[in-house]
Design a protein around this ligand. Structure first.
Ligand code: NAP
Length: 506
């Protein structure tokens, strides 16, 4: 199946062309023109979403589950075309796009089974106590209800799994919330074909047309109008700290502030404990290099910082990482802007006081090669710039003089998506001392693994204290992510004939 994008927005079931266009900038393959989004189009989409909510928000869970499964099927029906355009636009290899497509459809099906099971409703019942003294207790029931239209910002680094029909959209639709997606300019054709799949599923399942809209970007006013629109009730976002913070602030400044679930920057520190470094330092160095450079380092869970206790074992770990990274060829980055930010970020790290270059690289226009730097813990502790994310395959080794200094480094990190312990049995005491610090800093703590590769399941937390995310109580991956788009409602003394069906059988 070949796919040539027509470049239109999908708004409430209609493909609408805008007055002006922007041209896509694929890593390879043909470029196409896409309609630039406008605040007027955002308004049309939000009004249609609100209208759709009055029916979609009250659909039986089974109907929504079938809808999610139908979207998954429609994506699979377009599999080859999605892979082709996704790879052309993002520069990611076709195999990666195929894997990401599987993750996207699995995610939709996981949410279907999750809402069928119904536990997410968190239903509670305190029966009436009419004879209680001094006052009777009324009948009280509670459950989670969908909150209304949700804005979703497609992510540049996951054109499928965190974009048009990605985790945010799947969670919102599962909850009963219509979605307005602001397409990412890095992959507008991928967004269009996935929107086509959702459009087909809406028709097959006879869902209200406004339940999903895609407004392409091309102008910053689109995202700003979307988060400020009075009918939008929450936002799902994955992207930069600067962009996410700007949109978060707009949400907070609204007459009715709304939650902004932004997943922003993280350096995902790894703590290389001494026994592990002594036992398998070289292996750890090679494995870190592989994880750090996978997908040109363009993962939010990329482990950018390794903290070691100095010595010959640590030197062997660092040398193995350096040697493995130096063998890496150039990799195409997602956009020219991301490649420029990577080069500039690497240059800035290399210029900081006390930083030693272990591996510096030349980066062509949209291509990245790995960088590796080393710094002593006191220099790192005194310079916040060294703890900030550089998006790409850049590693920084922080060398502590002893376990106490490693602990001070751990305490100094900002909020993180993940923190990792590499340890042997003999490191258990130190790991136990670090754990209270790491669990306060990160949404996920790992032992003896690498944080790239985020399992989509019930126990996953992909979030963490700011700036990993703008809401430390939430996750953007896994079934718990549905809670972002729900709020609890208590029903007091409502007769069965009026109560929502899901509460009647309690
Ligand atoms: P981005 O610049 O934050 O953009 C993400 C989305 O937000 C885009 O749709 C963008 O629209 C919109 N946006 C950003 N700032 C805005 C503003 N002030 N007003 C309105 N809309 C705004 O992120 P990106 O393009 O994906 O990548 C750039 C950088 O983000 C990377 O270099 C990396 O540092 C970081 N990043 C981090 C993660 C992560 O997982 N933590 C993932 C991807 C990227 P436009 O396209 O119209 O600008």
């Amino acid at each position: 199946m070949t796919f040539t994008p027509h470049g239109k927005h999908l708004i409430a079931g209609e493909w609408i062309a805008g007055e002006t266009t922007f041209r896509s900038e694929p890593a390879h393959g043909p470029a196409y023109d896409f309609s630039v989004g406008t605040p007027d189009l955002v308004n049309l989409a939000c009004e249609a979403a609100e209208e759709a909510f009055w029916s979609y928000g009250y659909t039986p869970r089974e109907d929504r589950a079938v809808f999610l499964e139908t979207i998954a099927g429609e994506i699979e029906a377009r599999a080859e075309a999605i892979t082709t355009i996704g790879s052309q636009e993002s520069g990611l290899p076709e195999a990666r796009l195929q894997g990401e497509r599987g993750r996207t459809t699995d995610q939709l099906r996981l949410f279907a089974s999750h809402i069928r099971a119904g536990d997410y409703l968190d239903r509670r019942h305190d029966p009436a106590l009419p004879d209680r003294q001094p006052l009777p207790r009324p009948d009280l029931r509670m459950m989670q209800r969908p909150i209304g239209p949700i804005a979703v910002f497609g992510a540049s680094n996951f054109p499928l799994a965190f974009s048009t029909a990605g985790g945010d959209t799947a969670a919102a639709l599962a909850a009963g919330c219509p979605v307005v997606v602001k397409g990412h300019g890095a992959h507008p054709g991928t967004a269009e074909i996935v929107a086509e799949a959702i459009h087909a599923a809406i028709a097959k399942c006879a869902m209200p047309k406004g339940v999903f809209s895609l407004v392409q970007g091309g102008d910053r006013s689109v995202g700003q109008a979307l988060v400020q629109h009075p009918l939008i009730k929450a936002v799902g976002f994955t992207g930069s700290l600067a962009g996410g913070r700007a949109l978060f602030d707009l949400c907070a400044q609204r007459p009715e502030p709304i939650p902004f679930f932004g997943e922003l920057g993280s350096v995902n520190p790894m703590f290389m404990l001494p026994e592990a470094v002594a036992a398998r330092g070289k292996d750890l160095g090679r494995s870190w290099a592989a994880s750090l450079s996978m997908g040109a380092g363009q993962f939010c869970t990329n482990p950018g910082i390794a903290v070691v206790i100095g010595g010959t074992d640590a030197d062997a770990f660092v040398e193995a990482a350096r040697a493995a990274l130096s063998e890496q060829g150039p990799q195409v980055m997602l956009t020219d802007g991301i490649a420029e930010a990577y080069s500039a970020g690497a240059k800035a790290i290399g210029a900081q006081s006390g930083v030693q270059d272990l591996l510096t690289s030349m980066c062509d226009r949209r291509e990245a090669r790995p960088f590796l730097f080393k710094v002593a813990a006191p220099d790192w502790l005194g310079n916040h710039a060294l703890s900030e994310e550089v998006f790409g395959p850049l590693g920084l080794v922080v060398v502590a003089k002893d376990a106490a200094e490693m602990g001070r480094v751990a305490r100094s990190f900002d909020g993180q998506l993940t923190a990792t312990l590499h340890m042997e049995a003999g490191d258990t005491d130190l790991a136990r001392r670090l754990l209270p610090v790491l669990e306060r800093k990160a949404g996920r703590v790992l032992a003896n693994g690498f944080p790239t590769g985020v399992e989509v399941c019930d126990s996953m937390v992909h979030g963490g204290p700011y700036p990993a995310s703008t809401n430390f109580g939430a996750t953007s991956v896994g079934t718990l992510s549905i809670r972002r788009f729900l709020r609890p409602v208590c029903y007091q003394n409502l007769p069965d004939g009026v109560l929502p069906d899901d509460l009647v059988q309690l």
